[in-house]
Design a protein around this ligand. Structure first.
Ligand code: NAP
Length: 288
């Protein structure tokens, strides 16, 4: 007879544990596939991180997700790292391999699958522009360059960070920081524009459904024909995406990336392909 004690565990290590839709998304997927496992968000302050990671070695634990602020700090606590985790410089997924903890990064694979599988965008040989040079930008840059874009231009408010990011990935493909003077023309001619800045995002203190109403680019600087992706998912439609749609451009928000990074983690923990539709519905419902 099986009981709750047999149920495998997956945790989200976060601080604060707050508003994540991941528990709803993964528990719906476990249920759909009849996998006896449960996903739970844990509030882990920095001084509890090492002990919490150590507890993941238990045979009852399949693994974990890691999010703000632990994606970097967790790396030295693990036994091995994937190429993606090493290149991106952050871990969002831990897999318990018989007591050995393997760190991976599924944000990059999730971003690519969202664009390719969900939006039908082809990346090989394309000219891409990325706005932002923060944590998420690293995963997006790695994803785009390993998917074979012809070039990636990076624009960031703080130029030094764009230069730093370009330096990190120059060994993988053609990536350059974009200067103010060239921003307009380069974006106009791009096949793909990706926003990874927080501009346009909703905050708990304002309306999560509306966002801050700001766009990282003026209307006249949008691509002429390219695809526009904003990895923000709260709100579902940022000002940037509304502007792009008004110009007749095809767009995608961050929900698909969120779901596909989860699906990639799910596959690593369970060895099973995740039920994408079920996870998409649960995440969508979780966003309200
Ligand atoms: P982060 O590391 O804090 O980076 C923030 C970026 O936004 C930096 O490039 C920063 O520029 C820029 N920025 C912030 N305020 C700005 C302003 N007023 N004007 C211009 N640029 C500004 O954040 P992150 O972790 O990369 O997250 C970025 C966004 O991605 C968030 O909205 C997050 O929700 C989203 N995200 C989505 C997914 C998904 O699965 N869909 C996954 C991860 C993240 P400076 O360098 O000049 O400060």
């Amino acid at each position: 007879m099986k009981g709750a004690a047999d149920t495998k565990k997956v945790y989200l290590l976060a601080h604060p544990a707050g508003h994540s839709v991941s528990p709803a998304m993964h528990n719906a997927a476990f249920e759909r596939l009849g996998i006896d496992a449960h996903y739970q968000a844990l509030d882990v302050p920095a001084d509890r991180l090492a002990a919490t990671v150590e507890s993941l070695r238990s045979a009852a634990v399949l693994g974990a997700n890691v999010t703000v602020p632990h994606k970097l700090a967790v790396m030295p606590l693990l036994d091995s790292l994937s190429d993606a985790a090493r290149s991106v410089g952050a871990v969002n997924t831990i897999v318990n391999r018989d007591g050995e903890l393997h760190g991976d990064n599924t944000d990059a694979a999730g971003f690519t699958r969202a664009l390719v599988d969900d939006a039908g965008v082809s990346l090989r040989g394309k000219k891409a522009v990325m706005l932002g040079a923060g944590g998420a930008a690293r995963a997006v840059a790695y994803a785009l360059l390993t998917a074979g874009v012809a070039r990636l231009d990076v624009y960031n408010r703080t130029r030094e960070r764009a230069e730093q990011l370009a330096g990190m990935f120059a060994h993988i493909g053609t990536i350059d920081p974009l200067l103010d003077d060239n921003l307009h023309d380069t974006v106009r001619g791009a096949d793909l524009l990706v926003n990874t800045t927080t501009v346009g995002m909703g905050h708990v203190r304002n309306d999560l459904q509306e966002g801050d109403g700001a766009s990282p680019l003026p209307l006249h600087s949008l691509p002429q024909r390219g695809f526009v992706c904003d990895i923000i998912y709260r709100p579902r439609k940022t000002k940037l995406l509304k502007d792009a749609e008004a110009q007749g451009l095809a767009t995608q928000n961050g929900l698909a990336m969120l779901v596909y990074q989860g699906a990639e983690s799910f596959r690593r923990w369970t060895g099973r392909d995740a039920p994408i539709e079920v996870m998409m519905e649960a995440a969508d419902r979780g966003l309200g």
